[in-house]
Design a protein around this ligand. Structure first.
Ligand SMILES: *[C@@H]1O[C@H](CO)[C@@H](O)[C@H](O)[C@H]1NC(C)=O
Ligand SMILES: *[C@@H]1O[C@H](CO)[C@@H](O)[C@H](O)[C@H]1NC(C)=O
Length: 523
């Protein structure tokens, strides 16, 4: 009887360790689109029966009854800085590098606020709960790994796109810069000599910028976790169990090696089945017999911070279409203009609209999230990128044949009209993206199932050091065998040197010394 009860309790303990676990999601990025991805991971886990506690700066749009959300917003003045910086960025062309430089300097509240959050009383309450696992929504905030060390739990990192150098560093994944284009670079394969020069140069500059970031991150880590027995940030980075990445390279390419600790969950935010649309949108789409165009310039940039001339250009072209248009616009009091074929809404269920069969074109700022949803549902695009990785995303989208990319800041009525009519009129875009959509959905497990499986795996085995590539624990020199090459080079140099010395000695012995010393004097 006693034995049976013990077995029962033991079983209960095992079950309890994987089912109904207490999971902390630390998602403090200020970007709503990042939050959507991370919340989709949290929701998959809540649906599988886990108790998830999420800490974020923004109120998430994705919710679930088993997700407790603790919102610690940015301070007012930080919020203002962010808004100003976003409008500055909307008014100019920004490369990946200038964006990173901005985050490092004028917009560093983005990092600072994520550090300050860790000592906010609302956040500190989390230490009262016994957690089993932490998921870190990564955006230049790995100093937050210190939280997991204090909770003594394994960590999964969630990153919203394909692996970048820092993710490769966390997992020991090889960085194949000779054929994997660095974020924001558009190439066709095989990469030409000049493509490869460009890629190498960019990744070196990137490395240099990262050094500047590292300095900041290590300093913040020391400030937030000053305790003597606190492990170093480097130790914590080497203790990450797994990284979820928001991509699916089998369909997106380029095909490359990924270590088992990198799990692709691209498309996690896309619902398996669309929700019913709000009544007005549903009616509007259903009566769009000629098809509908959906315009959204994303959540980072308020529509009103785009220059009025550009808004007017958009309005003139779209109001002249025979198709209906759904336009995401914040200020419904002051819309760009009235037209019978345009419906303005300040909040829109993007995924569900793209899933509607009458949606024929998506005009987008080319954020990764929107492009993913359009690709999933097979809707061709006109991309109007603004900053950061958007130009790169737009370029890749166009190269893949899913639509046309323009630069938002330089569009004219003619160029926009031509692009919109081309994508609406030419079947080839719809066919290309439809083919992609079929590949994208064809996976052994859905992104949600992958998240649940691997999270429970990490819970069950209490971390996954066995899954870790040995490369994680090697220095740059060891990893690239530079010490061995140095040794070989030294031996070669010594060999040449000794051969010359011996040669000289032999010369001396047979032809005498005088000649040589004379010759030397004459030189
Ligand atoms: C779920 O998490 C919350 C903390 O957010 C905690 O207060 C609660 O006790 C947890 N529930 C269970 C059943 O562990
Ligand atoms: C390292 O990760 C394991 C789980 O994989 C965890 O139990 C342990 O507390 C972590 N160590 C530190 C120093 O955070």
């Amino acid at each position: 009887m006693f034995a049976a009860r013990c077995v029962f309790l033991l079983l209960l303990a095992v079950v309890a360790s994987t089912r109904g676990a207490n999971i902390l999601g630390l998602f403090s990025s200020h970007s709503p689109s990042h939050l959507i991805i991370h919340m989709s991971v949290a929701k998959a886990l809540a649906e599988a029966g886990h108790n998830v506690t999420v800490v974020s700066m923004l109120k998430p749009t994705i919710t679930h009854k088993d997700i407790t959300v603790i919102v610690v917003p940015m301070k007012k003045e930080q919020e203002l800085v962010m808004e100003n910086q976003m409008s500055v960025m909307a008014g100019q062309k920004n490369s990946l590098f200038s964006t990173m430089n901005r985050i490092l300097n004028d917009m560093d509240v983005m990092i600072k606020a994520q550090a300050e959050l860790l000592s906010d009383p609302r956040f500190l309450r989390i230490y009262e709960t016994k957690f089993d696992l932490m998921i870190l929504g990564y955006f230049i905030n790995d100093f937050q790994l210190g939280v997991a060390a204090k909770l003594k739990v394994p960590v999964i990192v969630d990153w919203m796109s394909a692996p970048v150098p820092i993710i490769e560093k966390f997992t020991g994944n090889p960085s194949e810069i000779s054929y994997v284009p660095i974020m924001g670079t558009v190439v066709t394969h095989p990469m030409s000599f000049f493509n490869r020069i460009e890629n190498l140069a960019k990744s070196l500059i990137f490395k240099y910028i990262i050094v500047a970031f590292e300095y900041k991150l290590f300093r913040i880590y020391k400030e937030v976790f000053p305790a003597k027995d606190q492990p170093t940030l480097d130790e914590l980075r080497k203790n990450i169990s797994m990284v979820f990445v928001g991509c699916h390279l089998n369909s997106e390419g380029p095909i490359r090696a990924l270590v088992p600790a990198i799990v692709e969950i691209g498309g996690i935010q896309v619902k398996d089945k669309p929700d019913t649309l709000p009544k007005d949108i549903d009616t509007f789409l259903n009566k769009s017999k000629q098809g509908a165009v959906f315009l959204s310039l994303g959540s980072n940039i308020k529509s009103s911070s785009v220059k009025p001339e550009i808004v007017q250009t958009l309005f003139k072209v779209l109001s002249g279409l025979k198709q209906n248009v759904i336009w995401k616009w914040e200020d419904l009091e002051k819309t760009p203009g009235n037209a019978s074929n345009i419906l303005y809404k300040n909040w829109l269920p993007q995924d569900d609209i793209l899933a509607h069969p009458n949606t024929k074109l998506f005009i987008t700022h080319a954020g990764k999230g929107g492009i993913t949803e359009a690709q999933y549902h097979g809707v061709p695009m006109v991309a109007l990128p603004i900053f950061g990785d958007q130009h790169g995303n737009a370029g890749v989208m166009e190269k893949s044949g899913y639509g046309v990319a323009l630069d938002l800041l330089t569009i004219t009525e003619d160029s926009l009209k031509e692009a919109v009519e081309e994508v609406l009129g030419n079947e080839k875009y719809r066919q290309a993206i439809g083919k992609f959509s079929a590949l994208y959905r064809d996976r052994p497990l859905t992104p949600k199932q992958l998240v649940v499986y691997w999270t429970e795996y990490i819970l069950k085995h209490r971390g996954a050091p066995h899954l870790q590539s040995p490369a994680v624990h090697m220095s740059f020199i060891e990893l690239n065998n530079l010490d061995i090459y140095a040794l070989i080079l030294t031996i070669l140099v010594l060999f040449v040197f000794l051969t010359r010395l011996v040669g000289k000695l032999i010369w001396k012995k047979f032809w005498g010394t005088t000649k040589i010393s004379k010759a030397k004097k004459n030189q």
